[in-house]
Design a protein around this ligand. Structure first.
Ligand SMILES: *Cc1c(COP(=O)(O)O)cnc(C)c1O
Length: 361
């Protein structure tokens, strides 16, 4: 069976090479006579897989030694609550940059734990741009500053790293982590659900600077306290072992691709193909300010929404699925994470041109 091109925003496509390796190792991992799924998380084999995944992630992102990598569960959504629980640390407020659907959810959740100040927002432009640093009205006494690195639904991405002085910078990187090199030392905490650009759903990665651990006031419940997970190497309870194993294979695949600088180059090229197609036509439209367009999630509309169904049907017939836009935005959305091959984007662009030729004018 031929594999389809899956443009889903998440759970999303995984590299074919990773899936093949996982299939080969499914029944018998490295001669152990068992599947990774069946291994004790305290056993020597799994401990090795776990440690290697962390080491490879550290290597890829250049994570400094004074940061912990936590393999958690509960998705980015649980982090919307764990972060304020742990990081407010007795301070009255934290600063938030409001850029769309995901920022909004993070802000709403934080309000249960303290004051969430919106220090910059693109609401005035229907969330079609990333507010410039000079417009952020930061409070130097804030507990932390939170922003959404890539708005998966709106297709808006920060292509620069905010400066927040001594106030810890917190970023939701769920949909663009590992898509480009970043300077981890600029952040207090980075978090991401795995199912977009890392691996299967069920694993959440948190990268947190040491000094921010164990400062929750009041002390969070055991499972909600980063300290518990940091002190136990993410093994306080059973971690999502199979998800961590697959993520580990993805990290190795990324290294084989040449690391994050090489992947970024490819992501820029893929995104350019798609945006060029949209911009060179009057049939397709993307509303996001050019310099803030996401390289991972490309929303676009057709000139006539009545053609949406036919567009989707025709795409499916050509082996391209999950192009329907988020229900809150409508139109189309092509998610083109690391694992989407250039050939997939090329096929989509070719189909878009052909569809326009048939229905345009
Ligand atoms: C998908 C997504 C989330 C939610 O992730 P869950 O794992 O479903 O909790 C949060 N933030 C961003 C930016 C996302 O793309």
């Amino acid at each position: 069976m031929a594999r389809i091109f899956n443009f889903s925003a998440g759970p999303a496509a995984l590299p074919e090479a990773v899936l093949k390796q996982a299939a080969d190792e499914l029944l018998d991992w490295h001669g152990s006579g068992q599947s990774v799924m069946e291994m004790s998380h305290r056993g020597k084999e799994y401990m090795g897989i776990h440690a290697q995944a962390e080491a490879d992630l550290r290597d890829l992102l250049g994570i400094p030694a004074n940061y912990k990598v936590l393999f958690l569960q509960g998705g980015a959504t649980l982090q919307f609550e764990m972060i304020p629980m742990n990081l407010f640390a007795g301070k009255p407020s934290a600063d938030f940059v409001h850029t769309g659907e995901w920022a909004k959810k993070a802000i709403k959740a934080a309000k249960a734990f303290g004051k969430a100040n919106i220090v910059a927002s693109s609401e005035d432009g229907s969330f079609t741009y990333a507010p410039a640093q000079k417009d952020w009205k930061l409070d130097k006494d804030a507990a932390y500053v939170h922003y959404t690195g890539n708005e998966t639904i709106g297709g808006v991405e920060f292509h620069w790293t905010p400066e927040t002085g001594n106030v810890p910078l917190v970023c939701d990187m769920s949909s663009n982590i590992l898509s480009k090199p970043i300077d981890v030392s600029k952040y207090g905490l980075i978090y991401a659900g795995a199912q977009k650009n890392i691996g299967p759903a069920g694993l959440t990665i948190v990268i947190i600077r040491d000094d921010l651990i164990g400062k929750g006031v009041p002390t969070p419940q055991t499972m909600m306290d980063y300290k518990t997970h940091a002190e136990n190497d993410s093994m306080y309870n059973t971690p999502p072992t199979y998800g961590i194993y697959i993520a580990g294979l993805v990290f190795q695949w990324l290294k084989q691709q040449g690391g994050l600088a090489a992947i970024e180059k490819q992501n820029i090229a893929k995104a350019k193909m798609l945006y060029d197609c949209i911009d060179s036509s009057s049939f397709y439209n993307n509303p996001v300010r050019k310099e803030d367009r996401s390289r991972m999630n490309v929303p676009f509309t057709l000139k006539d929404a009545a053609l949406d169904e036919e567009f989707l049907k025709g795409a499916k017939a050509k082996g391209m699925v999950q192009l329907k836009g988020h229900r809150s935005v409508g139109g189309m959305r092509a998610s083109i994470y690391n694992a989407m091959p250039v050939a997939g984007v090329a096929a989509l662009v070719e189909y878009m041109k052909e569809f326009e030729a048939r229905h345009g004018k």
